[in-house]
Design a protein around this ligand. Structure first.
Ligand code: AR6
Length: 173
């Protein structure tokens, strides 16, 4: 059992074992939270991502890979590729978004992490309706909560914009 926390803040300043990045399929730092993470972590992350893509090819939507934390005070960064909302039928987008959160938690558990902080994946440039995404994410996190987690204790949802923060606060209450 892990606890689910919702906070208003910046993902790059969280004191956790791992932060999750809202990455793109080529794992090339872009804008939004991805850009903020790459800037804060330094160029070593980009090198690790490039090495991964050279070896395995692009990371499909719903999948997650990990790098070190670079200069950030975390043990690792879990790079998740969220769905580009208009590219999918809505239910398929929901499945892919849920898979990002589930696969990140499974990888965190495998790596022995206790705490993982997420951004609101796909709700920026990738165009996911924020209320729909929040419903999908909370349903997924609650459905997985009672599994036999050994290391995972805290899942922190870091809302950067006020709209996401208000939605999550309302839905989790
Ligand atoms: N901390 C936490 N959340 C943040 C931060 C931050 N520092 N900055 C922005 N957000 P987006 P996406 C929130 O666009 O929709 C990139 O170019 C923001 O308020 O970062 O998954 C990638 O390379 C929003 O709610 O990610 C991809 O190409 C949320 O992060 C593409 O954007 C996600 O917005 C991914 O698009």
């Amino acid at each position: 059992m892990y606890q689910i926390e919702v906070i208003h803040g910046d993902l790059t300043t969280q004191a956790v074992d791992a932060i999750v990045n809202a990455a793109n399929t080529w794992l090339q730092g872009g804008g939004g939270v991805d850009g903020a993470i790459h800037r804060a972590a330094g160029p070593v992350i980009n090198q690790e991502c490039e090495r991964y893509v050279r070896k395995h090819g692009p990371l499909p939507a719903g999948q997650v890979m990990c790098t070190t934390g670079g200069q950030l005070p975390v043990r690792g960064i879990l790079h998740a590729v969220g769905p580009i909302y208009p590219d999918h039928a809505p239910r398929e987008a929901d499945r892919l978004l849920g898979a990002c959160y589930e696969n990140a938690l499974l990888l965190a558990e495998q790596l022995g992490y206790h705490s993982v902080a997420f951004p609101n994946i796909s709700t920026g440039v990738y165009g996911y309706p924020k209320d729909r995404a929040a419903k999908v994410v909370l349903m997924k996190l609650k459905a997985l909560q009672d599994r036999d987690w050994h290391s995972l204790q805290r899942v922190i949802l870091v809302c950067y914009d006020q709209e996401n923060y208000s939605l999550y606060q309302k839905m989790i209450a």
